[in-house]
Design a protein around this ligand. Structure first.
Ligand code: GAP
Length: 443
């Protein structure tokens, strides 16, 4: 298990350095809703860009989509979410708290000493009742049942109802996929653990449409690719594992499902699901809409409803995972330095440019270098305080390279490149700095 207190330290670092803030903080916050600050926005964007690149840009067989959050309410009836997207909920009449009946062992009763709900003699838990996780709102000025619409609880349905549009406009052939990144909303009963489980979050989902009978084979292929993606992101392989869903854990749409789990300080938890959804969704949408959703296979001169393999990762959850995985503390010369050892390609700031002192032409040279680098790399200019402190500030936000302009720079047109992980330093000619960084910040 990771060191105790790591989550508290991370939450505090995130606020102090501008990664993540509590939503509406000045009003006391809103339960399990978070805002991303300047560095958190960059980090999450870099993760989403990497996902988009690997799914859409680097492949010929996957197209991108950006469907609306609001959809026709019949979508959610056909998908099974109105009837089946529920969690069992219990209330405690004593402490007035609510818990998921199937996760009592993960929950804490607010009474002291710390115990699970139901374990104090004074706990009075109600019988479980089913609670639908979808947020409802109204479309138009009249708040009546006929105008109810839902905030989507997954992005997947926007892909299913558009699959023929994408297929026909892109001239793809099966097998092919559609990828989408977007917001999803769930009225979670017991959210928590910072940005791990929130009520508003972003998903990175890809639906792969295959010929009936080829689903199991594609399911295995996508499992391999998705685990590799998380490892390439820099996550420690020993902190990742598979969890296969037993029959009684499967979501209402799934034939088979595996979660990629990460070992957080609060235990092993899902960060991505790979699901074999068969033709559940297309069959239901075809029946409910009355529109044929079959694919015409020209070569075989036959029609069929494709089967679907889904990969579904949470952008916020992966962002939390990379921060937890990257966080470390080291004692250096009697002082503790905190490092976020991000893979350079996702670091919010790639390079900091630092004049050693604010005189002797160093600021001018540093500014010129900064202006030269910033069109290509996310750069930060810092001339405040002792150089050691400036390095530590950059370590704490995961900046892989610091470039220092010093007294020697004016003499031989070179700078010091200081490495975050080893703290090693080397001299590089100013004309070579951009190439030096490009070589080491591999997208
Ligand atoms: N379309 C399938 C689907 O939505 P899921 O297992 O319910 O499957 C997929 O969700 C991923 O979305 C999860 O692995 C997780 O990363 C993310 N996710 C789900 N609920 C979340 C929440 N309340 N907060 C943050 N991320 C969430």
């Amino acid at each position: 298990m990771a060191a105790p207190g790591l989550m508290d330290k991370l939450v505090s670092l995130c606020k102090r350095r501008g990664f993540v803030f509590q939503s509406s903080e000045i009003y006391g916050g809103l339960g399990s809703v978070w805002d991303y600050g300047p560095l958190g926005t960059e980090l999450k964007r870099n993760i989403k860009d990497r996902w988009w690149h690997s799914m859409v840009r680097a492949r010929d067989d996957i197209e991108g989509l950006d469907a609306a959050i609001l959809m026709h309410p019949k979508v959610w009836e056909a998908s099974g979410h109105v009837s089946g997207f529920t969690d069992p909920l219990v209330d405690c009449k004593t402490c007035k708290s609510r818990f998921r009946a199937d996760k009592l062992e993960d929950a804490q009763c607010p009474q002291k000493p710390s115990k699970h709900p139901g374990e104090h003699s004074t706990c009075q838990l109600t019988e479980p009742r089913m609670f639908n996780l979808m947020f409802k709102t109204f479309m138009g000025p009249v708040e009546e049942s006929a105008s109810v619409v839902y905030l989507r609880p997954e992005t997947a349905q926007g892909i299913y109802v558009n699959y023929l549009n994408v297929l026909q406009s892109s001239r793809q052939k099966i097998p092919f996929g559609i990828a989408q990144i977007g917001k999803a909303f769930r009225n979670e009963i017991t959210p928590g653990n910072f940005i791990f489980r929130t009520r508003e979050f972003e998903q990175m989902e890809m639906q792969y449409f295959v010929k009936p009978g080829e689903d199991a084979e594609w399911f295995e292929r996508w499992r391999v690719l998705r685990m590799a993606w998380h490892q390439e992101l820099g996550l420690k392989p020993e902190k990742l594992r598979w969890h296969q869903h037993a029959q009684n854990e499967l979501a209402h749409y799934a034939r088979a499902a595996y979660d990629i789990e990460y070992e957080f300080p609060f235990g092993w938890q899902e960060i991505e699901g790979v699901h074999n959804r068969g033709n559940f969704d297309l069959t239901n949408h075809q029946n409910a809409s009355g529109k044929k959703l079959e694919y015409f296979d020209q070569a075989a001169n036959s029609r069929y409803l494709p089967e679907i393999v889904e990969t579904s990762a949470g952008a916020d959850r992966v962002t939390l995972t990379v921060m937890v995985d990257a966080y470390r503390e080291e004692v250096v010369e009697g002082e503790t330095r905190t490092v976020l050892g991000f893979n350079p390609s996702i670091a919010p700031i790639k390079v900091a440019v630092l004049p050693l002192v604010n005189k002797d032409a160093m600021p001018e040279m540093a500014t010129a270098l900064f202006n030269d680098l910033r069109p290509r790399f996310a750069c930060f200019y810092d001339d405040g305080g002792a150089i050691g402190r400036r390095y530590r500030r950059m370590d704490e936000v995961g900046t892989p390279f610091c470039i220092t302009v010093d007294g020697q720079s004016a003499e031989d047109q070179s700078v010091t490149v200081r490495h975050r992980d080893t703290m090693g330093q080397e001299r590089v000619a100013i004309t070579q700095v951009a190439a030096y960084l490009a070589e080491r910040i591999v997208p």
